[in-house]
Design a protein around this ligand. Structure first.
Ligand code: DLL
Length: 435
């Protein structure tokens, strides 16, 4: 397979070059943050850290982490390193609890962002000949605009359809000849279902690629989406506090997401002890920005659980990769002492015939113990079929989850199309304990 590389010089740089670039930019960022952001100056002074004497990434470990709470505490612009007149864009997280987190970009930051998204989408197969349907929300969320400008940078024809109005999405896809769909995997699944209901054969569409991200999804979900849409689907990752989409993304070999190591420094820590973990171990991803002007961020705790792959990728890119994110530490469920992420349950469910990729996890508490009930939609034909097969299916799911995840859960099979569909990030967990 011949694959285009957007920025060969950077993406295929040798390790020494990347290390040196990181060291230089890290030194600059630490000084920049010290000189321009009161919180970082205070923290570095307290740690006895002199940014001008900085030697290399190992020194960084003496600095405390930055958290989402720090951004909230400095709401809205307290962590910005530039005066407001240097900002050319402001985004923000949805902020379902408390104040949202606000992020800003200078003109140069926006240029870097488009460049990194261009790199990421090129790795996922997109070229200037493609027609891109961006079904991420446009607005304060970084998904819509982030992908938009990166795709334009590549020279692709961008359709900024935004999320929602699923019927119209399909009409546009057919009439405009969309070749790549950009959305969350859960919304792509919902669209695929609407497609099937409308009796449209995906083989008749021009669609070739799906670039999915912004929420955890399993390898089994990828297989479903590729099959339902007749496409190649890749995963891409990012977060607004660091930049937005474009922090990492898969190439067409689909074996982990190449990290933009020339613009960010990645560490993996044990989320409990907060100690750095050796290369290759699974833990929480911590990111330091290396070139951001408006909002430099030092050792940001993403809460995302992943692993860094240092083996060379056959695509030729030398940038390290991260594995699919299993979930956020905040979304990890602890059920009778077993730690589990919704995406792990998803993997098991989707391997079982008769179930649909629509499910919800309901967590409750009985006495001191948390309980988990898995609601899963069954296929049309099965639902209207006899009870006996329903019981069998329910028992198959229960025992598979028990043997794979070591978790004893209750299964509730529900009618096709009865669970809520998502047009953005899916809400997989319904937590009754908080009610
Ligand atoms: O979701 C940025 C983005 C937009 C990435 C579009 C990719 C595509 P936030 O809304 O700030 O930003 O949410 C960031 O979403 O910390 C992860 O928990 C989760 N997340 C993002 N991408 C992935 C992914 C955008 N590929 C949070 N797999 C992150 C799993 C993801 N989780």
């Amino acid at each position: 397979m011949k694959m285009k590389i957007w920025d060969r010089r950077r993406e295929c740089a040798c390790r020494e070059e990347i290390d040196e670039l990181q060291r230089q930019n890290l030194a600059r960022t630490l000084k920049w943050a010290y000189d321009n952001v009161a919180m970082y100056r205070r923290r570095m002074d307290k740690a006895g850290f002199d940014p001008t004497a900085f030697k290399g990434p190992d020194d960084l470990r003496r600095l405390p982490f930055t958290t989402k709470q720090d951004l909230r505490d400095n709401y809205p612009f307290g962590l910005f390193a530039v005066p407001k007149d240097k900002l050319v864009r402001i985004h923000s997280s949805s902020g379902t609890t408390g104040k949202p987190t606000v992020v800003g970009y200078t003109r140069r930051d926006l240029r870097t962002w488009s460049e990194l998204v261009a790199r990421m989408v090129t790795a996922a197969g997109v070229t200037h000949r493609d027609t891109i349907q961006i079904s991420f929300g446009y607005g304060l969320f970084t998904g819509g605009f982030g992908l938009h400008y990166g795709m334009e940078r590549v020279g692709a024809s961008v359709i900024p359809v935004s999320s929602g109005n699923t019927q119209r999405q399909l009409m546009i896809m057919q009439d405009f000849g969309t070749t790549a769909l950009v959305s969350t995997p859960s919304y792509a699944m919902y669209m695929a279902e609407t497609l099937a209901e409308a009796g449209i054969d995906p083989a008749g569409l021009k669609l070739r690629y799906g670039l999915f991200g912004s929420e955890p999804w399993s390898e089994e979900m990828r297989t479903e989406l590729e099959h339902k849409w007749n496409i190649t689907a890749t995963d891409n990752y990012g977060l607004s506090e660091i930049m937005g989409p474009g922090v990492s993304g898969e190439c067409l070999l689909k074996q982990g997401m190449h990290l933009a190591e020339d613009h960010f420094l990645f560490e993996i820590i044990d989320p409990k002890t907060e100690e750095p973990l050796p290369a290759g171990e699974e833990g929480e991803l911590v990111i330091t920005t290396l070139t951001k002007e408006a909002l430099p961020v030092i050792r940001y705790r993403t809460r995302d659980i992943t692993r860094i792959i240092t083996d060379p990728c056959p695509c030729g890119r030398t940038l390290y990769r991260m594995t699919r994110v299993v979930g956020r530490t905040d979304d990890m469920l602890i059920i009778r002492g077993v730690n589990v992420f919704p995406s792990q349950v998803e993997s098991v469910l989707l391997e079982i015939e008769g179930t649909q990729p629509h499910y919800q996890l309901v967590v409750d508490r009985q006495g001191q113990l948390d309980t988990l009930e898995v609601w899963v939609e069954v296929s049309d034909n099965l639902f209207f079929n006899e009870m006996k097969r329903m019981h069998e299916l329910s028992e198959t799911i229960r025992s598979r989850i028990e043997s794979v995840l070591g978790l004893n859960v209750r299964i509730k099979l529900v009618e096709p199309r009865s669970l809520a569909r998502s047009e953005g990030k899916a809400k997989r967990v319904l937590d009754m304990r908080k009610k």
